[in-house]
Design a protein around this ligand. Structure first.
Ligand code: WQD
Length: 340
């Protein structure tokens, strides 16, 4: 049984489907603080298999212990965390308590287990901040976090790299995501931001759907070709499939080191305007947008050097930016129909 914490979230739900498509039994733990129970139906519609689900806050160590007694957990993929950069600045205590407390409770269960349980950690390119060199490799210096959210990812990685040597046979892989976008081809699961979305692609699709009157491009005076920020937008199913590959690496004991880190991106940078052009190309619709002020905390550019994941993990992205944006638009149109 593979434990997927936060498995009803955007990346978590897509990873559950990829695991099921590869023959794994999954139990999801989620506290529904930023996800909907209906996602279970979406996962079943996507894979044809209904995953086991336990509603639980990972800070409840007693409930977590009983879960490990109830299920023979042979691997953990840990997504569950609060993840809004801006909110983390307003509520730092809640972010450190939840994100680090949950991780520590999971590690306490790994420590108690009779045999080591391999662990995949959901990390983020946020740890690199404004990288001095591009593309970003796994050796690019980690910069001090600009938000408590980003700091919980950095501290989480440090906790794991310290812990792994204290638990005999424990193997951990941290996956540093760039910008996940899109939806599973079934369009039965997708990005479901509760409340007002923060990220570019759901704001594009919700603007096109008429939920917002226009998109504001946060600055076009950056030192880039078209003046707008550059990011590495990766299809969420490519990202999900990378988790299966990483899990198999640790399950089969193929890791070179007890603790490994991989960047997960396409290796290609796209500007905000290029993403807008991609949307207009795949949808045939003109997007209403204006140029506004820069957003506090935005880095100029971030995209991955994917050499390590390609050569060592044996994984690379298969889907294009247009495919990812098109799947996000299909998901939005479906959600619109549903809401009407
Ligand atoms: C992308 C670009 C904006 C909205 C975030 C998190 C990061 C990680 C990935 C978790 C930026 C521009 C956006 C809008 C805009 N998540 N934009 N108008 O900030 O790169 O990363 O998601 O680990 O932690 O911070 O993604 O989608 O918010 O922004 O111009 O209305 O789109 O300025 O350049 P970001 P994003």
């Amino acid at each position: 049984m593979i434990l997927v914490t936060g498995g009803l979230g955007f990346i978590g739900s897509h990873t559950v489907v990829a695991l099921q498509e590869n023959g794994y039994d999954v139990v999801i733990v989620d506290d529904l603080s930023n996800s909907s129970i209906d996602v279970i139906d979406g996962i079943e519609a996507s894979s044809g298999i209904r995953p086991l689900f336990e509603e639980m806050n990972l800070q409840n160590s007693i409930a977590l212990s009983s879960l490990f007694q109830k299920h023979k957990i042979k691997g953990i993929i840990h997504f569950a965390a609060f993840k809004a950069v801006g909110e983390s600045i307003q509520k730092p205590v809640a972010y450190y308590q939840n994100n680090l407390g949950s991780l520590l409770n999971l590690l306490a269960e790994v420590e108690k287990a009779t045999s080591p349980i391999p662990f995949i950690f959901s990390s983020s390119c946020t740890v690199y901040g404004e990288a001095k060199e591009l593309p970003i490799t796994e050796n690019t210096p980690i910069q001090s976090a600009k938000s408590p959210y980003g700091n919980t990812k950095q501290i989480g990685e440090e906790i794991l790299s310290d812990t792994v040597h204290a638990i005999d046979g424990f193997r951990v892989i941290s996956l540093r995501y760039f910008n996940p976008i899109g939806a599973h081809s079934s369009i039965a699961i997708g990005e479901l931001p509760l409340g007002r979305p923060q990220n570019l692609v759901p704001i594009i699709t919700q603007t096109a759907a008429g939920i917002f009157p226009e998109l504001t491009v946060f600055g076009n005076d950056y030192p880039t070709a078209d003046g707008t920020n550059i990011r590495d937008y990766i299809h969420v199913m490519d990202l999900a499939e990378a988790h299966v590959v990483a899990l198999e690496r640790v399950l089969e004991g193929k890791s070179n080191d007890a603790y490994e880190v991989f960047n997960l991106g396409t290796g290609k940078g796209s500007s905000v305007l290029e993403v807008i052009q991609s949307f207009e190309r795949i949808s045939g619709k003109k997007l209403s947008y204006k140029i506004g002020a820069r957003r506090e905390g935005d880095v100029i550019a971030a995209y991955a050097d994917t050499t390590k994941a390609n050569n060592i993990l044996g994984w690379k992205t298969k889907r294009s930016l247009d495919e990812a944006v098109a799947s996000a638009w299909e998901w939005e149109k479906k959600a619109m129909k549903f809401l009407k």
